[in-house]
Design a protein around this ligand. Structure first.
Ligand SMILES: C[S@@+](CC[C@H](N)C(=O)[O-])C[C@H]1O[C@@H](n2cnc3c(N)ncnc32)[C@H](O)[C@@H]1O
Length: 335
């Protein structure tokens, strides 16, 4: 006989069941421009309805629901104010996290049956091949913005052991720029798709490291620059299935000399009582549906990386607020 749910279980069920509506309201707050509209202070529902071309009858209901969820704040005088949650919204307004993610998730059964990304089936192309110029730019800016959480990784002591870091799939270069800034004698090479590197000169210049960083447009499935004593793969392998990861690791293995280090910054599934556990295992499925990739446990990382010419020498969780793991491996001779 099933037992009746506890009040906590019933409340959780309701919250989960409304999850897609909550997410849609977050996206709507972003699409309506509420961050900008509330930047100068609280505003009333009628005012916001007029400013966004919304129905004056529906707007108060929508704002009330957003406030109940904590997206905005309802004030005693009936007006609505912004919150820190609202300020984060740009992070969602990019392909793979916005409405496109819903479209892909409608076909999640395809991923469940085949292990293939539903995205490719829905949009007819892989994620990176399906981005138009504007979407590619938005995705690159998203990577740059969210790479702020990787700052503690750039500050880690071990970087000072290296003179030349090759950042493979480094996006616009925010993490590499931070690593170079913290290590004034280090040189860097930044490899990514040509379109992702368009804004890199500006970013590297702003951080004062442009003269120590060479840009390498290309594909990590074709060729990776030689000469690094460290090769960095940050948030790259999470986008790919094991077969593609092995191909990327092989390309790096062909460029890296014996004894050089591979540093993988990626989603590491920690033990279930770790604060990052839920994020890692839920994101795992989003990565499967969108890219065919996923989060990996320590033993999965070891097996995957050691399929190629690298031997894992250490695995750790990065310092907060990043919820990434850092995996160290060495290029072995003769493999
Ligand atoms: C999730 S982003 C991570 C960016 C950066 N490493 C970071 O941690 O912020 C994945 C990166 O892989 C790049 N990428 C995808 N396919 C690629 C390919 N075939 N060759 C090189 N880079 C690629 C994307 O352009 C993107 O910048």
């Amino acid at each position: 006989m099933p037992r009746p749910p506890t009040p906590d279980e019933a409340a959780l069920f309701t919250r989960l069941g409304q999850g897609h509506v909550a997410m849609r309201l977050l996206l709507m707050a972003g699409r309506l421009g509420l961050v900008r509209l509330l930047a100068d202070g609280p505003r009333g529902a009628a005012d916001l309805a007029a400013a966004t071309g919304s129905s004056p009858a529906v707007m108060p209901r929508m704002l009330r629901a957003m406030a109940a969820l904590g997206i905005i704040e309802a004030q005693a005088d009936g007006r609505f104010a912004g919150t820190g949650v609202l300020d984060l919204i740009d992070v969602l307004l990019v392909p793979g996290f916005d409405e496109t993610s819903y479209t892909a998730w409608e076909h999640a059964g395809h991923s469940l049956r085949t292990g293939e990304p539903a995205w490719d089936q829905v949009f007819g192309k892989s994620f990176f091949d399906s981005l138009d110029a504007g979407q590619s730019d938005a995705f690159d800016l998203w990577n740059t913005a969210t790479a702020a959480s990787l700052a503690p990784i750039a500050a880690m002591e071990f970087w000072s052991d290296f003179h030349h870091v090759v950042d493979v799939g480094g996006g616009q270069g925010r993490l590499l720029a931070e690593i170079l800034a913290a290590n004034p004698d280090m040189e860097g090479q930044l490899l990514d798709r040509p379109e992702s590197l368009r804004r890199s000169p500006e970013l590297l210049e702003r951080r004062g490291v442009a003269d120590r960083c060479r840009l390498v447009p290309g594909s990590f499935f074709d060729e990776v620059p030689k000469g690094g004593d460290a090769y960095l793969l940050s948030r790259v392998l999470l986008n790919w299935n094991d077969e593609k990861c092995v191909a990327i690791l092989d390309t790096i293995g062909r460029a890296a000399e014996a004894g050089s280090t591979l540093v993988v910054v990626d989603l590491l599934i920690p033990p279930p009582d770790h604060p990052a556990y839920c994020f890692a295992v839920v994101n795992d499925l989003n990565l499967l549906v969108g890219f065919g990739g996923g989060s990996r446990s320590e033993s999965e990382w070891r097996r995957l990386i050691e399929t190629g010419p690298f031997r894992v020498t250490g695995v750790e969780m990065s310092p907060p607020p990043s919820m990434m793991g850092v995996i160290f491996a060495v290029r072995e001779a003769g493999r």
